[in-house]
Write a protein that binds this ligand. Structure first.
Ligand code: UDP
Ligand code: MN
Length: 444
């Protein structure tokens, strides 16, 4: 009897133990499941946000990247294919279609400003290469809808030898709705952004050239501040604030007032503007003096653009031209300002098939900038990019001649007066110094 009691007790303890273990196991599994669900968002296939520092796709303020949205379904093959091809969410772009309204991102002070009716006229130049159809059309329709018709001389679209079918007859057909305001120029071969812009400029007849990327949406009263500033000083070159259109959600996001800058690698970046600079009655509507422009979106007097030597036509494809033009403007008697009352949204594209930066073209372009404009400070550029020291950048004599003809100031003057924040390195490499001295003004 005693044995039976002991056996029963033992079985009871064993059964309780087993149940407890099973229960604990179930609770643990449940917890793991919840944890997995909570972190699912972080296990998405990585979408790398590489923003090219040298141009205006770099819209990171203080290094912060635009957000990822929970509404974007990363397992959708159409989304992934679109991102790969165009660098943006084509599903949303198609849904938005060829026009939409964006939020007014201007400061209240700007909203109260008035501009004279009589201003110079604008030729808006938009170059494109394999752009997503709706995105391109939204750029055009936003310009048509939000520019006073008497100030918009024309929109010049330059097709840089795009390959996609919908940018051929279908585009011609859709542009008809804008009746007469559009000139479409198609290049015979791929020219790259820099020469395409020059082709566009050569066809323009408005007083002011306004350059835009093909994936922008302009905001309310975007054009008037630009035209007004240039009408008062024909050597004034102006840029709007470039708001972000997120490439995944196509949400339009206002950015704070920033200025353009670059480092010794000649990589473009945005710098914050100190709050005290925006003090005073004009507040955040005050024009901001900018050492550099991002390149994609700016306005310049047409005659002044020609006088100043347009672009370096021996630069290829993409990049570097923005820093070159910025230096030329400042060093040769012009001015460059960002006007916070003018705002234009720009899609900060993800890397894609059509936006693979050609590094050798970019390096060569930057090398031309260094040799023509940096004087004795080009040593700083080579310290950052030593691999370019013995690379050829082609013939630069025409641009050196232009600098002389325009009577431009030294890079030292630019550092002292316009961009003192760009501090030179103190370590001077002897071998590089003698190499550069031996070269004199000539490029290798
Ligand atoms: N583009 C062009 N030809 C090229 C490269 C670019 O016409 O060889 C156009 C492109 O479609 C866009 C503009 O030039 O409208 C600027 O290029 P992107 O947007 O890639 O550069 P971002 O300045 O935004 O970095
Ligand atoms: Mn762009």
């Amino acid at each position: 009897m005693k044995n039976i009691l002991i056996q029963c007790l033992f079985c009871g303890i064993l059964a309780t133990g087993l149940w407890t273990t099973t229960l604990l196991l179930l609770v643990h599994l449940e917890q793991e499941d919840t944890l997995e669900k909570e972190t699912e968002g972080h296990n998405r296939p990585p979408i790398t946000h590489v923003y090219q520092q040298t141009h205006d796709s770099d819209r990171t303020i203080n290094g912060k990247c635009p957000f990822l949205s929970d509404n974007v379904n990363f397992s959708d093959p159409e989304l992934i294919q679109g991102l790969h091809q165009y660098g943006l969410n084509v599903i949303i772009s198609r849904r938005l279609g060829i026009q939409r309204e964006v939020p007014d991102s201007r400061d209240k002070i700007c909203q109260r400003k008035h501009y004279p009716r009589n201003l110079p006229t604008a030729s808006v130049i938009i170059c494109f290469y394999n752009e997503e159809f709706n995105t391109l059309l939204r750029t055009v329709s936003s310009v048509v809808n939000l520019s006073p018709q008497h100030l918009l001389e024309e929109i010049i679209l330059v097709d840089d030898k795009s390959e996609y079918d919908d940018l051929k007859n279908k585009l011609d057909y859709h542009l008809e709705i804008f009746r007469g305001k559009i000139k479409l120029v198609r290049t015979k071969k791929r020219e790259g952004l820099i020469r395409s812009r020059m082709i566009g400029a050569s066809r323009a007849s408005g007083d002011i050239l306004v350059f835009l990327d093909s994936h922008c949406e302009v905001n309310r009263v975007w054009l008037e501040p630009l035209l007004h500033a240039i009408s008062r000083d024909h050597k004034m070159v102006v840029c709007p604030i470039v708001d972000i259109i997120n490439e995944l959600t196509l949400d339009y996001v206002a950015v704070p007032v920033v200025r353009g800058a670059f480092d010794w690698s000649l990589n473009f970046r945005w710098d914050n503007v100190f709050s005290y600079e925006l003090d005073g009655p004009e507040g955040p509507s005050k024009p901001v003096r900018s050492p550099a422009m991002s390149g994609g979106i700016f306005a310049i007097n047409r005659h002044y653009f020609n006088e100043l030597g347009q672009y370096d036509k021996n630069m290829d494809l993409w990049g570097g031209e923005n820093v070159e033009l910025s230096l030329r403007i400042w060093m040769c008697g012009g001015q460059l300002f960002i006007l916070p009352c003018s705002r234009v949204g720009h899609i900060s594209k993800a890397p894609s098939l059509n936006r693979v930066i050609n590094q050798s073209a970019l390096s060569r372009n930057l090398l031309r900038v260094a040799h023509v404009w940096l004087d004795e400070y080009k040593e700083n550029f080579f310290l950052q990019r030593p691999s370019l020291l013995y690379v050829s950048c082609g013939n630069i004599s025409e641009r050196v001649e232009l600098r002389k003809r325009l009577g431009c100031k030294s890079f030292q003057w630019y550092l002292d007066n316009i961009f003192p924040e760009l501090e030179p390195f103190h370590t001077q490499r002897k071998d590089m110094k003698s190499f550069l001295l031996a070269k004199g003004e000539n490029a290798p």
